[in-house]
Design a protein around this ligand. Structure first.
Ligand SMILES: C[S@@+](CC[C@H](N)C(=O)[O-])C[C@H]1O[C@@H](n2cnc3c(N)ncnc32)[C@H](O)[C@@H]1O
Length: 300
């Protein structure tokens, strides 16, 4: 597998925060409207961390599982947000990331330098772990499909699910991977992702999670929040509900959790060809007069 070994091309996003461009995946690491803003609005808020820190007894640290840690914005913005509300509240972070050079180059480029805990963050990024009274962090390097298995069961209050897009990185959006993620969530925990692809939502449902929609940010379509037992999830619209009854909702599958990307894509295509679900083009025609339809849906 090709990895981003060399210096990653740097981009400045709309809110002034930095991101990288991945030549391997052909995508920026963030929505160009704002990397830091995306972390807050697409990940921290949908996981309801601001409410949780007000309600939780400090003898029970908040547990954050950051899948595809990348530059570290999601965890960093979460810590900054939580401690603005309740300074020093205990937090534990586990980050899963394939390439140590991504957070290390991000730190060198200045990501995290304005956070109140920036010196601690630097050590966390450079050593891959941090331990103090108020927070503990561990970065597990490697393919998240394997490193996830080191995360304790029923552990996470919040899961940030932030891989590259499903078509570019299908191995981290499969039913089997998301089942393993769901097993690591507390019953009242929340998972947030920027994706609203029907394949992803169908996989989350098959993994036993309930679904909700998160507000659009920097693009016309929403993100997704999911939970084993959490309540009051913002309901999907009629258009989104109907999307889940089309062939776009055939999920990616990876029964061994180590399949090749090309194999995972091919398996889905074959399942779509056999599927009796409505072709996505028919759904798209029904809705395109009224709304902007998500491009991930156009493939089938
Ligand atoms: C969209 S970026 C994540 C951005 C990040 N959440 C942030 O706030 O900066 C996707 C990340 O997934 C990592 N990645 C790609 N494939 C992976 C895999 N199989 N396991 C773990 N990490 C992976 C990439 O190195 C990249 O850092």
């Amino acid at each position: 597998m090709v990895t981003d070994e060399v210096k990653l091309p740097l981009l400045i996003t709309g809110d002034g925060s930095l991101t990288f461009f991945s030549t391997e995946f052909g995508q920026a690491f963030h929505n160009l409207s704002g990397a830091a803003q995306e972390a807050l609005e697409k990940f921290v808020r949908p996981c309801r961390l601001e409410q949780l820190v007000l309600e939780r007894d400090p003898s029970h640290p908040i547990h954050i599982l950051d899948i595809c840690f990348g530059l570290g914005y999601n965890s960093g913005v979460a810590l900054e947000t939580l401690w603005q509300i309740r300074p020093g509240f205990p937090v534990q972070v586990i980050g899963l990331e394939r390439s140590p050079q991504v957070p290390q180059q991000a730190w060198q480029a200045g990501v995290g330098s304005t956070w109140s805990f920036c010196r601690e963050w630097q050590q966390f990024i450079e050593q891959g772990s941090w331990q103090s009274e108020r927070w503990q962090g561990q970065l597990l390097w490697g393919d998240a499909r394997q490193t996830l298995l080191q995360v304790p069961l029923a552990w996470a209050d919040a899961v940030f699910l932030d891989p590259f897009s499903p078509s570019a990185c299908p191995e981290l959006w499969t039913v089997e991977f998301l089942q393993a993620v769901a097993e690591r969530m507390r019953p009242q925990g929340y998972l947030a992702t920027y994706s609203c692809a029907a394949s992803v939502r169908a996989a989350l449902l098959e993994a036993g999670l309930r679904l909700g929609s998160t507000p659009p940010l920097g693009r016309p379509w929403p993100g997704t929040v999911a939970s084993p037992q959490g309540e009051d999830l913002p309901p999907l619209s009629q258009m989104e509900g109907e999307h889940l009854k089309t062939r776009a909702a055939v999920p990616y599958r990876d029964p061994t959790l180590c399949g090749e990307r090309s194999q995972i894509r091919l398996r889905r295509q074959q399942e779509q060809q056999r599927s009796s679900l409505e072709p996505t083009s028919a759904w798209k025609r029904r809705w395109q007069q009224l709304q902007v339809v998500h491009p991930e849906s156009s493939s089938s």
